[in-house]
Structure formats: structure tokens, C-alpha cells
Design a protein around this ligand. Structure first.
Ligand code: KIV
Length: 257
């Protein structure tokens, strides 16, 4: 399947089976997730926090993203690979198109950027060049410093209207799906029901969107130092790792158990 066909098949899930997406930042994770049947592998700029140890995503550079997208692409997954735009690499339509081409050259099959109406022209430039674009509305992590923290969105009629307006303009510009982040469940459900493309929720409550995305380390319990309140770990990889390393140290140091 071509990248466009893969993106189209995700768009077509609006009326079908909910979409299961996860972040992936390296080759083994991409292979394991793909072998498990995931629909979308998002090389998110969350890698700045959960892989590179920065306090937020605003420290991520294009070089970081290209390095990790290339690792994920080497797994040759059946799932759609979506590469995130890092901050300040899509400030103008021309810059957005140039960055999108770099992300695709590294192995992304689609790209994702944050924001609504102000991004429509940039999205048009990218989709016009045949590159599928995923939107991202609600809490925008690249604005966390301006906003002074991670806050829930879609609480007031004005906020709901702003998200709806943003969604309408990026849909018109050609996005094939939109990530909804930290939008309160009632609003996420209401908007998802009326938008023409699938919404993929994180921190929006259970079954309120057309699919879900999670940060892999939140799912696996492998980044115990910060766990978002909405995370639902399915494993405890941090404690398994500590126990395995403790056993290894005992073996290496010839300590009898
Ligand atoms: O960077 C990322 O992992 C994301 C998800 C939170 C959707 O954008």
C-alpha cells in the first residue's frame, strides 16, 4: 500500500472499527507494535521527554525527529508511520512543506502538526504536494510554556467553538485525521460525532473519539517518573527492568541467592 492509501484507509475508519495508535521511537518497538496489529505508529515529539529526558517537547529538533523516524521506518511496518513536526519547523507554509519533505525522506508516510485555523495554509501546502497530514487540537504540548501547564480544553462554549472552528479549517485544508488531546469527554464526543474525519483521542476519556493514541511508555509503565493522570498502564516494565538488573548484578558479582 502507498502512504496515501494507508492514510485513506485510516480516514475511512470514521465509520468503522476504532483506530488504535501508539507512539514508537525506535526499531524494536516499531516491530513489536506492528506485529501486534497496531494501526498507526506515531513518532511523536513526546520523544523529547520520554526518550531524550527534556522537560517538555519544545526542546525537540528536526534532527532528533529524523533520527527516530528513520529507526522506526527500518522496521518496514504495515502500520502507517506518522512523523511529528518539531516546534518552529513549520512557521510558514514554505518552511512547513520543506520540513514535511525531510520527514518523508527519513521514512514518515504522513506528518502531524499542532494547531487549528492558523495552520490551514501550511496544511494546504503539504497536502498539495501529496503528503498526508494529521492535525492535533485541544491541548497543544508545544504551547505548554505559554500556557503555564497542561490544561483540559473544551470546557466553555467559547473553547468548544474555537476547537470546532480549528477542526473545520484544517479539515477543509485536507487533514485525514485529527488528534484530540486533553479535551473534556463531553466535548470530545460532541465534536467527534459531527466532524468528517476520524478523531484520535488522548486524555479525552474512554470511547469519546474515533480512536485512541497513547504514549508507549505510559502503556508499558516504563517511564515511572512522570505518569499523566489519564494514562492506563498495561504492564510494569520499570519494575521488571529493575528486578532483571538486580538479578544480573547478583549473577555478575557471584552473589548466591
Ligand atoms: O508527541 C506525541 O506523542 C503526541 C501524542 C501525545 C499524540 O503528539
Amino acid at each position: 500500500m502507498t502512504a496515501l492509501q494507508k492514510a485513506e484507509s485510516i480516514r475511512a475508519r470514521k465509520a468503522g472499527l476504532p483506530i488504535a495508535a501508539l507512539t514508537a521511537y525506535d526499531y524494536p518497538s516499531a516491530r513489536l507494535l506492528d506485529e501486534s496489529g497496531i494501526d498507526v505508529l506515531l513518532v511523536g515529539d513526546s520523544l523529547g521527554m520520554v526518550v531524550l529526558g527534556f522537560p517538555d517537547t519544545t526542546h525537540v529538533t528536526l534532527d532528533h525527529m529524523l533520527h527516530h523516524i528513520a529507526a522506526v521506518a527500518r522496521a518496514k511496518p504495515r502500520a502507517l508511520i506518522v512523523g511529528d513536526f518539531p516546534i518552529h519547523t513549520y512557521d510558514t507554509p514554505a518552511q512547513a512543506l520543506e520540513t514535511a519533505r525531510c520527514l518523508v525522506a527519513a521514512g514518515a508516510e504522513a506528518v502531524k502538526l499542532e494547531g487549528g485555523t492558523r495552520q490551514a495554509e501550511k496544511i494546504r501546502a503539504i497536502t498539495g504536494a501529496g503528503i498526508p497530514v494529521m492535525g492535533h487540537l485541544g491541548m497543544l504540548p508545544q504551547r505548554v510554556r505559554e500556557e503555564g501547564g497542561y490544561r483540559k480544553k473544551g470546557k466553555t462554549p467559547e473553547q468548544i467553538e474555537a476547537i470546532r472552528e480549528g477542526a473545520d479549517s484544517i479539515i477543509q485544508a485536507g487533514v485525514f485525521a485529527i488528534v484530540f488531546e486533553s479535551i473534556i469527554p463531553e466535548t470530545a464526543r460532541l465534536l467527534s460525532q459531527s466532524l468528517a474525519v476520524p478523531t484520535i483521542g488522548i486524555g479525552c476519556g474512554q470511547s469519546t473519539c474515533d480512536g485512541e493514541v497513547a504514549v508507549l511508555t505510559d502503556l508499558l509503565g516504563s517511564y515511572p517518573w512522570f505518569v499523566p493522570p489519564f494514562a492506563k498502564p498495561e504492564a510494569e516494565v520499570a519494575s521488571i527492568t529493575r528486578a532483571a538488573v538486580a538479578s544480573y548484578i547478583s549473577r555478575a558479582q557471584h552473589i548466591e541467592s
